[in-house]
Design a protein around this ligand. Structure first.
Ligand code: ZN
Length: 133
């Protein structure tokens, strides 16, 4: 099963917690045991699994990414959004999570975040839930 989630971002940079939406996709899939592949089809956004019990964790990650990749710099890309491309590359475009007993199996403190680095925009997240023996 192939699913597309529509995401609206509201700031130039933000981490949106999409854990609940991914849980709903897994539930709708009917897959009891398998894999949930989560893919972001954008070059200035990414996907991250990290702590969602304390929202300041992703705020710290965002702040540190900006320390590493400042908005202004000697970038060559003419569109002017190289920092967003670089951050998306550092965060990555896909993650895979196990599905067991029909549920997404994340660690106790983990959540799934959509990382926006060049918003606000309308975005998508593509998911494939695959049953495994
Ligand atoms: Zn660009």
């Amino acid at each position: 099963m192939f699913y597309k989630l529509d995401i609206n971002t509201h700031a130039r940079e933000e981490f949106l917690d999409i854990t609940r939406q991914v849980h709903e996709v897994v539930s709708r899939s009917g897959v009891k045991s398998g894999l949930c592949h989560i893919f972001v089809p954008h070059t200035t956004a990414g996907i991250l699994i990290n702590e969602h019990a304390d929202p300041s964790v992703v705020d710290d990650i965002a702040a540190k990414l900006t320390d590493l990749v400042p908005l202004r710099g000697s970038y060559q890309h003419l569109e002017g959004n190289s920092p967003a491309h670089i951050k998306a590359g550092l965060i990555g475009s896909s993650v895979t999570v196990f599905v067991e007993d029909g549920l997404l199996t994340l660690g106790t403190w983990q959540g799934i975040f959509f990382g926006e680095f060049d918003g606000p925009r309308r975005r998508q997240v593509w998911l494939k839930v695959v049953a495994t023996p």
